[in-house]
Design a binder for this molecule. Structure first.
Ligand code: ADP
Ligand code: MG
Length: 381
């Protein structure tokens, strides 16, 4: 596809209508674009911000043709949308990132193999094709973490194995969910010092913008807290940022990417995974940066110049997960906290482990932002 600049007024499409799709739609509308949202779930938050909504299954080819007619360019809000659908849409419209990048990223084995071949550091891993194979790779040993190669997110489809009892449990759980041809990846379980991530924006012309390195804390596989900027040496920050940019460049990725990395006590940095889209750990950019990750997604998609990345304030972001939303949404107190930017996603059904909203605490220092975040977390518990 050749690449005309899409001026405001054009209709742009997003596959997936969760909170990431909704924040993309909000950014697009602010710039004067119309948005078409395709999500089979009629209740998905982004539908409320859409000019056109499609709720047909992603496999519906007539709906794909209709969507391609409605929109002038397509992006997606997460990596588990069908790459075949993206490939089909790509024949008629620019899709960013492309279906070929999506194909690599969708499969943890393909992704890690790709990164490793590029000479980029990743945890040691082995490919698992049957549950009984888990734990048999002497070179990998224990402890390990096993993940389904495809469709996992927020720690779903993952088993931590430190001893033989867990190994038996993991094999049984894998067997239970097994389908023909299914694969898993086993990785060395790293005792990292911290988890960090960095947003990389890459335009059609290969121009790159990176956001500051952020520090992430996960609980049970789900992001709990992001702190920006991360408290690491400039050497580590530069190295991590360089790795992330090299990964996206190697992929020839066009769009917004988030690269998750592990920082080891000895200063080594390894890539955990690459997300081909804005990321939960980048939500702070909505309130703490000149141009948010979602606006960058719009800009890249439409061929506009990439936005200047400028951090306006240190920040700490806290996710509202499951019923935590009930502890705050009916009460006004949160709205009185100075520097607190509140985001509720408006999901109708509260489910355990479901991301329901987030709050970004802005302050003059990360210490002060963290103190406000801590006081807030005490209320959540
Ligand atoms: P997801 O797609 O669910 O985000 P990740 O691979 O990022 O999957 O794993 C979720 C979390 O599990 C990570 O953020 C990290 O805390 C932990 N984790 C994943 N892989 C490893 C590893 N090799 N060693 C240690 N912890 C890991
Ligand atoms: Mg992850």
């Amino acid at each position: 596809m050749t690449d005309p600049l899409l001026a405001p007024g054009a209709t742009i499409g997003v596959l997936g209508g969760g909170q990431l799709g909704a924040m993309f739609a909000a950014a697009a509308r602010r710039l004067g674009y119309r948005v078409a949202v395709w999500d089979p779930d009629a209740d998905a938050p982004a539908h409320r911000l859409a000019e056109c909504s499609i709720t047909k299954p992603f496999a519906d080819t007539a709906a794909a043709a209709e969507f391609a007619r409605q929109v002038q360019a397509v992006t997606f809000e997460w990596e588990n949308v069908p790459s075949d659908l993206c490939a089909r849409l790509e024949q008629e419209r620019p899709v960013r990132p492309s279906s070929s990048v999506l194909r690599i990223i969708q499969d943890r084995i393909e992704q890690k193999t790709f990164l490793q071949r590029q000479g980029l550091a990743v945890p040691r891993f082995s490919i698992i094709t049957s549950p009984q194979q888990l734990g048999r790779d002497e070179a990998l040993g224990l402890p390990l973490i096993c993940k389904t190669a495809r469709s996992g997110y927020d720690g779903k489809g993952q088993w931590m194995v430190t001893g033989t009892a867990e190994l038996t449990q993991a094999r049984a759980a894998m067997q239970e969910g097994a389908q023909p041809g299914m694969r898993w990846i086993a990785e060395e379980l790293l005792r990292f010092e911290r988890e960090v991530s960095v947003l990389v924006v890459r335009g059609v012309d290969g121009a790159i913008r990176t956001y500051p390195l952020v520090d992430n804390v996960h609980e049970a596989g789900i992001l709990r807290r992001t702190t920006v900027p991360a408290d690491v040496s400039s050497g580590v920050a530069d190295h991590a940022t360089d790795l992330a940019a090299r990964a996206v460049t190697a992929l020839k990725g066009i769009g917004v990417f988030c690269v998750e990395l592990f920082v080891m006590a000895d200063g080594r940095v390894l890539i955990n995974e690459v997300a081909p889209r804005p990321h939960n750990s980048g939500h702070y950019t909505l309130d703490a940066c000149t141009v948010s990750q979602f606006e960058q997604q719009v800009r890249v998609l439409c061929g506009l110049p990439l936005g200047e990345v400028r951090l306006l304030s240190p920040a700490v972001m806290i996710n509202l997960i499951g019923s935590e939303i009930d502890a705050v949404s009916g009460k006004g107190n949160l709205f009185e906290v100075p520097g607190a930017a509140v985001h509720f996603y408006g999901k109708r059904t509260v489910r355990p482990r479901r991301k329901m909203g987030h709050v970004t605490f802005l302050a003059d220092s990360t210490g002060e932002a963290a103190a406000r975040a801590d006081a807030f977390c005490a209320i959540l518990r």
